[in-house]
Design a binder for this molecule. Sequence first.
Ligand SMILES: N=CN[C@@H](CCC(=O)O)C(=O)O
Ligand SMILES: [Zn+2]
Length: 435
Amino acid sequence: MAGEYRLLLANARQLVLVCGHGEQYLLREGMARLDVLHDASLVVGLDGYIKAVGPADVIHRHFAGATFESKIDCTGKCVLPGLVDAHTHPVWAGDRVHEFAMKLAGASYMEIHQAGGGIHFTVEHTRKATEEELFTTFKHRLERMRRAGSTLVECKSGYGLNLETELKMLRVIERARQSMDIGISSTYCGAHSVPKGKTATEATDDIINNHLPKLKELQQSGEIHVNNIDVFCEKGVFDLDSTRRILQAGKDTGLQINFHGDELHPMKSAELGAELGAQAISHLEEISDEGIAAMAKARCAAVLLPTTAYMLRLKQPQARRMLDEGVIVALGSDFNPNAYCFSMPMVMHLACVNMKMSMNEALAAATINAAYALGKSDTHGSIEIGKQGDLVIINSSRWEHLIYQFGGHQTLIDYVIIKGKVVYKNESCGITSSY
Ligand SMILES: N=CN[C@@H](CCC(=O)O)C(=O)O
Ligand SMILES: [Zn+2]
């Protein structure tokens, strides 16, 4: 076939499609048995979308007369879909390394929060930071996520709590969305905590009467693009009733519901999310049996966050139980000043070891199911014709090394590609990493 294309990935030892038949998400056997091609090639068009994928000899014959802007020889290497990070808090000032020391010494997350630290500490610093300062650190964090293989990232506001700073954060996210080669799903999380000086009811009223109408106005004028609405539904933060009011109001303005629930205490958040038609709920360490059944029935994705359970020494979310009962399980890094981790490969490793997922399940949860949690599985999360050419090339002959080598992704990942464009190339590209 003649014509001009953006990229040819040639002769990959393994090309991990994840799925190949337009699936929106994977469950049980679908997750357990991923689609993998051997000795395969792939073509991305000038528009950044995948045009062909298949056995190397077939692709090379078919595209014999074509020209490519770039060609990468993947002999002996593996190609995977770009990873999708379904939960991050990446815009903030004021790290909390001192609180990490306090937690190691025995303080709980909520003890620090109730004493005015935690989210409150970060809010204080984020309110003072300029938009430029926030953008600079955010950009750097997105670059680090990309180097670890993430090509689509959910990004929350939530360290402003007042309208002015929430909008500042959303503008910073919008700037990255427009100026950087990375997929972003933007989340308004003004109900991340009850701001000092307000009751939860006052904060709820402020969000519904002031924040959401302003957000709608800015969405309509095209100044910002927000995809999801989030609330921290937790004892001592927003109770079930306030959560319901905020999420419903957000849904009424056209946002997808995607919120924090059942993390530290059983709140019946899962049941609420299923009832409201939430696209996803995160955390769920304390989910009830009824909540699991309700989420499975409502096709509401469970975004599990292994770093949080690990760092806060919480009980692990019941991933096995959810998988067995037909819940759509996704993964996120939860990058934030409490859980400082950019790396989805490390998240997958923790999900396997601590939550007892298989490597196939973890990869499906970090690709197609994470894309589903963001309402983006039409374009992301698997290697299929018509989807975005978002790809990761690792220098190993078996893709599982990406999970197996805990912290090894920095050496393993040779290239990260978004819409067929190389956005990261490893300096030490070419050195084998399987030993
Ligand atoms: N649990 C609520 N939100 C975050 C933590 C945010 C923070 O502590 O700054 C989470 O998902 O873990
Ligand atoms: Zn979170």
